[in-house]
Design a protein around this ligand. Structure first.
Ligand SMILES: [Zn+2]
Length: 221
């Protein structure tokens, strides 16, 4: 066996395995402000390269709307294009990202609660605003669902959310690792978090649907 990551298919094409991972920094300018963000991309080399180019294309369209963004965006675009050109197979980067996301490798045992931490953190961060109230509510729900839930550990994962792939892609990786019961538990946790503020926003619902579909959740009985 030369490929250690056969268990996880590339979340973009679903055909090849995980071969590479990359961080893409980008800037989004608003009228008076700007924001530096970064994004973790994991997949087969071909899809990671394509994704870097696609995201860089988006930046070239929307990354200009403030003076600082105007200055920094050309550098970031150059970086994105250069980074895309040098995507290589990188098992170390893949392995590190899987570890950060709590996804078991080789014979490691799967920890449902660690997967809960990372998927919840990635969902909370999906709208790019981390609200303390939302994090606290998620931790409270977590302690009710998982007996080994550790709030301090969860807060650490939330603080490190930039190291995680986006929720839809994380869910696609999980589909092959989780049992049906595991999927139910994780999805129940996410649904409870999203519903905790009493209104399930349209974007939250859409994100949950994508997560359910990507992790191949069985239809509710
Ligand atoms: Zn792929």
């Amino acid at each position: 066996m030369t490929d250690e990551h056969v268990a996880y298919p590339c979340p973009y094409c679903g055909e090849r395995g995980l071969e590479s991972a990359a961080t893409l920094p980008y800037v989004r300018g608003y009228v008076l402000a700007f924001k530096f963000e970064s994004k973790k991309i994991i997949g087969c080399s071909k899809c990671v390269r394509l994704q870097l180019l696609k995201e860089t294309g988006i930046s070239s369209a929307v990354g200009w709307f403030s003076p600082t963004a105007l200055v920094s965006n050309p550098f970031l675009l150059t970086y994105g294009l250069a980074r895309a050109a040098c995507v290589r197979k990188n098992p170390q980067a893949v392995s590190k990202l899987l570890q950060t996301a709590g996804l078991p490798q080789n014979d490691e045992e799967l920890s449902l609660v660690r997967i809960g931490y990372s998927l919840a953190a990635s969902m909370i961060a999906a709208d790019r605003k981390i609200e303390a109230r939302e994090v606290a509510a998620a931790a409270e729900i977590g302690t009710q669902i998982f007996k080994e839930f550790d709030k301090a550990e969860f807060n650490k994962v939330v603080a490190n959310h930039a190291q995680l792939p986006e929720p839809a892609k994380l869910a696609a990786l999980l589909g092959s690792a989780l049992t049906e019961d595991g999927k139910d538990a994780i999805y129940g946790f996410l649904l409870a978090i999203a519903s905790s503020d009493d209104d399930l926003a349209k974007e939250e619902k859409e994100l949950l649907d994508v997560v359910a579909e990507n992790m191949k959740l069985r239809p509710a009985a």
